[in-house]
Design a protein around this ligand. Structure first.
Ligand code: T46
Length: 143
């Protein structure tokens, strides 16, 4: 299934190059500065999402650009640019979603087999996170 039309700011759908190598599987490709709109400095993944009540995210970034993929299973991603909120049932491994700066995001309802892959434009910096929703609202008002 395709991802829905994205209504929030600082997001959007990224389509990967895809090879159907049936019966030997699929090959999906993401390349920095090509279909990924920035040079990739960091890659991380999240798995072992067996806890039904797990929730992740609940923050925004000040500058970081990321593309998030659900490479297996499914989860619910909520994006909030401070004006518009959109919830996406993310279950398609062939499309990525841009998690740009100033976008509050939450991740819930993970299937136990869910694997999330993230490509990031920069190294980890705790100072780039806004983890308080009130602070986030103040931050976007100042922009
Ligand atoms: C994001 C969403 C999609 C590091 O030390 N280095 C890293 O590169 C990362 C990603 C995390 N950490 C530490 C920081 C925390 O002490 O790992 C711990 C858990 O991170 P966090 O609670 O931020 O995890 P999530 O899943 O809520 O958020 C992560 C990314 O941190 C975040 O940038 O956008 O995935």
């Amino acid at each position: 299934m395709r991802l829905p039309k994205i209504k929030v700011k600082n997001s959007g759908v990224v389509k990967c190059q895809f090879f159907n190598d049936f019966p030997d599987g699929n090959l999906v490709i993401a390349e920095g500065r090509r279909n990924i709109p920035f040079p990739i400095k960091r890659v991380y993944f999240i798995n072992h999402l067996f806890n039904k009540k797990a929730h992740r995210g609940w923050h925004a970034h000040k500058k970081l650009e990321q593309i998030i993929f659900c490479v297996n299973g499914h989860f619910r991603l909520t994006l909030d640019d401070g004006r518009t909120k959109q919830t996406i049932n993310f279950d398609n491994p062939y499309y990525g979603l841009r998690l740009g700066p100033r976008l509050w995001h939450t991740m819930t309802r993970f299937s136990p087999d869910c694997v999330i892959l993230v490509l990031a434009s920069d190294y980890y910096r705790a100072s780039d996170y806004i983890r308080d929703y009130g602070e986030f609202k103040k931050f976007i008002r100042r922009q």
